[in-house]
Design a protein around this ligand. Sequence first.
Ligand code: FES
Ligand code: FE2
Length: 393
Amino acid sequence: MAIVNSLDQPDITMLIKNHWYAIEFGSVVADKPVAVAVHGHDLVLWRSKDGTVNAQSDLCVHRGGSLAGGTVISNCVQCPYHGWMYDSSGMCVSIPANREGLAIPKKARVDTYPCIERYGFVWVFLGDLAEDQRPPMPELEGLDLALDAKADGYRAVEGDFDWVANYDRVLENAVDISHTPFVHAGSFGNPDEPEIADFEIEELTIGDHLAVVTASVDLHPPVPSGIWAVIGKNKERKPVTTTTGFYPPNVSMLIVRLPLGEIRIFTAAVPRDESHTTSKFIMLRTFFTGGWADKDSIRRTLKIFNEDQPTVESQRPELLPFDLSAELHVKSDGIQLAYRRWRQAQLDKGWGLPTPTDEQARRSAAVIASPARISDPELANAWVFPTVEEMDT
Ligand code: FES
Ligand SMILES: [Fe+2]
């Protein structure tokens, strides 16, 4: 189905290539290949013997089989259709139907993307830039320490939430401060005090690259209910200092400093296709750090997403406009504007790749170009499937 957009906007959504995307939890990738759809492309994740995670195009070059339906064997991923085996560089090292001595064709290889497991997430570099030209991976403040089993003070839980919405809209919602009193009136928002004090936007760059954008504001908590009313009885209701922001391209962060302790939620908005997104969150808390409270932490985090869902899924146009003047912005929208400017800057560099529609994805086998397509001249003609750029020109 074509997506709705304003009349003067292109009817497409763009993957910003040449960035590190958090696309899955490391804990999900064990001894079997895992399928992950990103921006209309099927990827497969699998773990080598030494524990490193590999990210490859989930498209066997023989007959387009899905490697994710296969197995991990002899430090390779094996296609379930005719058993071709690909190593961690993407090279096919075994074609079982070939009699001994027959050479494996040079073109028997799949696109392989740089992949790092850190902060509990699997990060994949979607693009073809050489290593020394790549933007740095985001550094998620405090998360390394918190996920270290030896570190005291934090307890972490993780979870998923699926949206029928475009990823730009989902990411913007995660950093939107002024919707809290309205959309979250049933939890932490206070509809009686919706005014947002002026806040500073802090932008940190590393080299030429925007690393993180954050802002902190004091939000007025609602009158507590249930157990919170008992705990907070007779206590003065002080404003709750809340920090929100994003690490380009796809991770948002929320820190809420409650009287009881701190909550940090890091959320990777994984773009499945132009109209589906999965939020993968790691939520940390410094209070009630026993395992007994984990379920409740996940439930409370999902409640926030559930509150957002009807609003985000009904936004029109479904795609974020490219033109800043296509929607009206006010002062409290500063972080979303920083995101839109960042996105525009990437598009200006020529780093936008059109996301295939469902139909295009089913009918073609265009892949995101991996670094080996550029860096290894010997492999210039060693690819079976075209890249998205080649399809587009
Ligand atoms: S389709 Fe993968 S081995 Fe034939
Ligand atoms: Fe929200």
